[in-house]
Design a protein around this ligand. Structure first.
Ligand code: LLP
Length: 463
């Protein structure tokens, strides 16, 4: 970005926002459809609505901060993924992005499956009625108790992540007198970072079993030799917030090569492959995510091409989108508490939440946008940093944002695209109370996760 491109007034003359802004937006009242849940719009009175309900009303009724989730958008995204992949593939929603009993019910109703990665997620899934056979159980260090529970309850698949686990799951299955369906998670030597794709020569991370050096082939050998296991396929997850399909292409090719090797060595064609999750969403208007039908077509084409080349029947494909389903469906609603203009720098706008409800900015340098939602404003753009109320200067929610110059205490701000990995990664830092998740659908509002209370904090404190 060139210095002259920055048109803000003298107050901000020497400061240039990093990230996605090349200039302040011309319309600070506009809400870019890419980053907001589908039913979000600004009414003629300037107040933003979701599902027809004013954010001012939501703030009054449920308080702030609060995650506001558009249920119809969530359901529409589930349907779009299910339809895009069709009846001969499986979509597993990755519960780590955000999981609650209501979410499990929506998934069950919309025909999706569920990927869980802990005993807690498994409990939530089963408690809310997700049929066990539609659950995949993940994790690089599942405990014996978690494994036993998963086998006992009859989860559809356990994704094996280490040599030790192959033996542990086989043992649990045998002692319960069942055969457990399993996949082997392989690391394909592709590392995908936010917004980019890097092929790595070695696999320096904790997940999966490396294809390199014949490790994955050895894992297949062991799994096939154990009576308690029914090996149904191979799993690969290459990363998160990925836009480029090139990483999936390499991953699919390498997974299919392993299937061909298994066929040659054991005379067995494994019937399934799972290509994991990781599909990116728009956090800012600069992000360009693909639609589920494009992703489905791209993945299907890659797998069929590779299988044809290897002389294999095309296996059943599954995917595990988390962020791509829930991410865009929610925004966080905050109230402004203080506004602090720093001469020659920027204005710090403090809200009533922060890194305890959205750690992603501090942890990953994630970019977000923000809008004044309780009213429209004709004031000019003001370079702002939206910060929280925690005792730490890294407590930033939106690093660089233009808000109207007249933003003031009592105004409501909303940060879009916070449906994934915000509530699920929320903390009690500084004894903050984790915000509620309020679902809006069909003109109705419903708290699906309630706000924490000080009593909740004290209840755990038994010293
Ligand atoms: N499948 C597996 C095996 C995974 O490990 C993950 C995410 C997913 C599916 C879902 O990925 P998604 O479609 O949501 O990108 N906390 C980070 C993201 C961590 C993702 C971990 N695994 C963040 O806030 O960006």
């Amino acid at each position: 970005m060139s210095r002259s491109a920055h048109p803000a007034g003298p107050r901000h003359a020497d400061v240039f926002p990093e990230g996605h802004y090349s200039a302040p937006p011309t319309d600070l009242n506009g809400l870019d459809g890419k980053v907001w849940a589908r039913t979000v719009e600004r009414g003629a009175d300037g107040v933003v609505r979701v599902g027809g309900i004013e954010v001012t009303r939501l703030a009054e009724e449920f308080g702030t901060p609060a995650y506001i989730l558009d249920e119809s958008d969530f359901r529409a995204r589930c349907r779009a993924w299910a339809e895009a992949f069709g009846p001969d593939a499986d979509v597993f929603y990755a519960g780590k992005a955000f999981l609650s009993r209501a979410v499990v019910r929506w998934l069950t109703e919309e025909g999706l499956n569920l990927d869980v990665c802990s005993g807690g997620e498994l409990t939530t899934a089963l408690d809310a009625g997700m049929p066990a056979e539609r659950i995949a159980f993940h994790g690089n260090n599942k405990s014996d108790a978690e494994i036993r529970r998963a086998v006992e309850t009859g989860v559809g698949r356990i994704v094996l992540d280490s040599f030790q686990e192959i033996v542990r799951v086989a043992h649990a299955a045998q002692s319960l007198g069942v055969r457990q369906r399993v996949q082997i998670r392989v690391t394909v030597g592709v590392e995908a970072h936010t917004h980019e794709f890097i092929a790595t020569a070695h696999e320096d991370q904790k997940f999966g079993i490396a294809l390199a050096g014949g490790q994955a082939a050895e894992a297949v050998r062991r799994a096939l030799s154990l009576d308690g296991l029914e090996l149904i396929g191979v799993h690969s997850h290459i990363g998160s917030q990925i836009f480029d399909m090139a990483g999936f292409e390499v991953s699919a090719r390498r997974v299919v090569q392993l299937l061909a090797q298994v066929r040659d060595e054991h005379g067995v064609e494994l019937p399934e492959i799972d290509l994991g999750g990781g599909l990116g969403i728009a956090y800012t208007p600069d992000d360009d995510p693909r639609e589920p039908h494009e992703i489905a077509k791209a993945l299907r084409d890659i797998v069929s091409r590779e299988c044809e080349a290897a002389g294999l029947a095309t296996p059943r494909i599954s995917v595990e989108p988390g962020r791509a389903i829930v991410g865009p469906t929610a925004f966080t609603l905050y109230e402004v508490g203080t506004v602090k203009p720093l001469e020659g720098l920027r204005t710090y706008v403090s809200v009533d939440g922060g890194m305890s409800d959205n750690i992603r900015t501090a942890l990953y340098d994630a970019e977000y946008t923000v809008a004044l939602v309780s009213r429209a404003s004709d004031a000019g753009p003001m370079l702002s940093r939206v910060v929280g109320k925690h005792c730490e200067s890294g407590d930033i929610v939106v690093k660089d944002a233009f808000l109207p110059e007249d933003v003031a205490p009592g105004d409501l701000l909303a940060v879009p695209a916070t449906g994934a990995y915000c509530r699920s990664m929320a903390s009690n830092y500084n004894h903050a109370l984790r915000p509620p998740v309020v679902a809006v659908g069909d003109g109705q509002t419903r708290v699906i996760v309630r706000r924490e209370t000080e009593e909740d904090l004290l209840r755990l404190d038994v010293g």
